[in-house]
Design a protein around this ligand. Structure first.
Ligand code: CO
Length: 158
């Protein structure tokens, strides 16, 4: 495994629409392993392939609920309901947070690293993370959806 550099604010790659994954090979496995390591070191909740410079429909989520890293290949939100509004950030936008409205519940259909289809449900932070990461695959970042950005004095330090 290896750490990958996280693309930062202003890089046009964050605005591109990613292509579906067609080959479930060792290259994909290496990408997923590297993304998991990169996410862990960066202490984030999710990471999308375009954030490490790869324009493919791959993202990972780990909300720290003990379920570990969830790998989503070619993910699609199939059901969403409810609403939540809260502060959201992104590893590509350090120290920037915005208030973003998201669904409270989502169901996501995706494939695993072997190409097998599965569905997963998320509520609260997990639903937010799914939406945020899938947005990345469509070239959309949280700032595009933010009602407003938080001022420095509104940001809680970890
Ligand atoms: Co992000």
């Amino acid at each position: 495994m290896a750490l990958r550099d996280i693309v930062q604010d202003g890089d046009k790659i964050l605005t591109k629409v990613c292509r579906p994954v067609e080959k479930f090979d060792s290259k994909l496995a290496a990408l997923l392993d590297d993304m998991a390591e990169t996410l862990k070191v960066a202490d984030g909740v999710g990471l999308a392939a375009p954030q490490v410079g790869i324009l493919r429909r791959v993202c990972i989520v780990d909300v720290g609920d003990g379920e570990g890293v969830l790998e989503l290949i070619n993910p699609e939100i199939t059901v969403q309901s409810g609403k939540q509004s809260g502060a959201e950030g992104c590893l590509s936008f350090p120290n920037q947070y915005g208030v973003v409205e998201r669904p409270m519940f989502v169901t996501v259909k995706a494939q695993n690293r072997n190409g097998e289809e599965f569905t997963v449900k998320g509520e609260g932070l997990k639903a937010r993370a799914f939406c945020h990461e899938i947005d990345h695959l469509n070239g959309v970042v949280f700032k595009d959806r933010a009602e407003r950005m938080l001022r420095p004095d509104e940001i809680e330090t970890k």
